[in-house]
Write a protein that binds this ligand. Structure first.
Ligand SMILES: Cc1ncc(COP(=O)(O)O)c(C=O)c1O
Length: 339
């Protein structure tokens, strides 16, 4: 099976499982799990923040950050295609009672002037705007990476208006690998940063949020409220530590495989893709001559899985994908498209 559905499909390696099985644990809700504490310290250090908090998922990380930094009735500004708006089950409205104002970006990215254009003057009629969210890399934007100057530009516009900034960095590791600008350089513009260990890094479970000490203290309370307090969580935190220490350096391999896949797909009649837009590990493409579902089914019969989404198909080379798998996939796509 060649599984290209997502970077979340990876299975822990034998070595990762061994490390997890032997992790030292205690009750983390009581604040005593040494392995969770080690992961939180390492994450905070990588992100250049005071502290971090281990949480079960990226969605919970984002939603805790929203809840901690807003009051019901506030307005939060985010890009129109972002994960927090599309794929978190309406949580900003349901959990924090905030309204989202959406900025239409270019492949998920927007500018400081776009943000200025979305701001309102203080007026009793208007919701109070308190937070701006950025997603890097941007999932529905095609794994696009924010140039650091553009983050600085948006941050400057947000600060002028007295707004806080949150980074959905579920794939910040990919952004850092692709841009050569490290995670802390990205994170320094934001009050809160969410990162995932269970995507490109290959851990089975877990995400974190990072920020200053007061933010994390409040976030810890909301994690409990959301049901995200976990007891002997060191078992899964150990997988995340292993992933951080061993799998960050290999992310460039996924990007190279994604580029190779995109370039090969561009050669096949009936497939529409611009390989230049593939900056990281997400490869979105369109099928123009047969129904996309036929291609997905045909590939499935060959033991190759990918996903439909965003009006297109998505393939995500991941830790379990070899260069040979990419070539096998390209051959299978070419055969099916020929009919
Ligand atoms: C950009 C982005 N943010 C957040 C998430 C949420 O992560 P989780 O599935 O762990 O809730 C995802 C999941 O794919 C994502 O792509």
């Amino acid at each position: 099976m060649i599984d290209l559905r997502s970077d979340t499909v990876t299975k822990p390696t034998d070595e990762m499982r061994r490390v997890m099985a032997s992790a030292e644990v205690d009750d983390d809700v009581l604040g005593h799990d040494p392995t969770v504490q080690r992961l939180e310290e390492q994450t905070a250090e990588i992100l250049g923040k005071d502290a971090a908090l281990f949480v079960p998922s990226g969605s919970m990380a984002n939603q805790i950050a929203l809840k901690t930094q807003t009051t019901a009735g506030d307005e939060v500004i985010m890009e129109a295609q972002c994960h927090m708006y599309w794929y978190e089950a309406g949580a900003p409205a349901a959990i924090s009672g905030v309204m989202c104002q959406l900025i239409a970006g270019q492949r998920g990215l927007f500018t400081g002037d776009d943000l200025r254009g979305a701001l309102r003057t203080p007026d009793v009629h208007f919701a109070r705007t308190t937070l701006v969210c950025v997603e890097d890399t941007h999932n529905r934007g095609g794994g696009s990476v924010w140039p650091i100057e553009q983050i600085a530009d948006v941050a400057a516009a947000a600060r002028e208006a007295g707004l806080k900034l949150h980074l959905d960095g579920a794939r910040l590791w990919n952004a850092a690998a692709a841009s050569g600008v490290n995670e802390a350089e990205h994170a320094k513009y934001f009050d809160s940063v969410a990162v995932c260990f269970s995507k490109a890094l290959g851990a089975p479970v877990g995400s974190a949020i990072a920020g200053d000490a007061d933010f994390i203290a409040e976030a810890r309370r909301f994690r409990k409220m959301f049901g995200g307090g976990m007891r002997q969580a060191g078992i899964i935190a150990a997988g995340a530590i292993y992933a951080l220490e061993n799998n960050r350096d290999r992310i460039a391999d996924d990007h190279a495989n994604a580029k190779r896949l995109a370039e090969g797909l561009a050669e096949i009649d009936g497939i529409e893709i611009d390989p230049a837009t593939v900056e990281t590990n997400l490869v979105y493409f369109r099928v123009t001559t047969i129904p996309a579902a036929d291609l997905v089914e045909g590939l499935d019969a060959e033991g190759i899985a990918l996903l439909g989404g965003n009006g297109s198909l998505r393939a995500v080379p991941n830790m379990m994908t070899s260069r040979d798998d990419i070539d096998t996939t390209l051959k299978a796509v070419a055969k099916i498209m020929k009919g």
